[in-house]
Design a protein around this ligand. Sequence first.
Ligand code: URA
Length: 236
Amino acid sequence: MSIRLDKFLCESSDLTRSLACVAIRQGRVKVNGKTQRSSSLKIDEKNDQVLLNDLPMAGEIGPRYFMMNKPEGYICANTDEEHRVVFSLMQDEINLHKLHTVGRLDLDTTGLLFVTDDGQFSHVVASPKHHLEKTYRAWLAEPLIDNAEEQILAGILLKNESEKTKPGKLERISDTEVLITIGEGRYHQVKRMFAALGNRVEKLHRESIGKVKLDPLLHSGEYRALTPQEFTDLTG
Ligand code: URA
């Protein structure tokens, strides 16, 4: 399919249309090895090779769906002044600026994170209406109180909130290690739930969302594309 050079650059980089035109005028854009200075030039996006500042541009790709095993110390944002961002682990991907995380995990939380360029997908997966439960493994600073299961099932009133959390499930692995399943995604929800029970989460790891489990073959910081079955399990 043929497309104007400036439009192609907009789709494949983070340039606006007018900045794409400036880049073309400044001679920073090559098509099949030759500098082109006309924004209206028609190119074949499948077969022509376009370089911006000598870097290859890939045009419209996607939609893309990934799962990552998020490491500690990485932030779920596209840019950050202070911390490393999860997208820095995805340097093999092109058009990185088009990807976003589905919801967020805290800087120190690890485990299952979806990354996509499909806003509709993130809406479906993150929306409480779709009832996708998230299961976290939490390691606690103190032995858990006896009736924590009942309190979490009944809903917990978090600090500075007026509505209790929706019923959650708790499975006790030991006095200080639990699996907790919740259907919502309030700010720092798991940590605040245990704080309300007089405890503190020392480490938090997300193991699953809906039916989709973190692939045990993914080491910390690794990612892979979702399988068609996983995609259907999340959206179907
Ligand atoms: N709950 C939290 O407190 N932190 C997370 O990262 C996810 C859920």
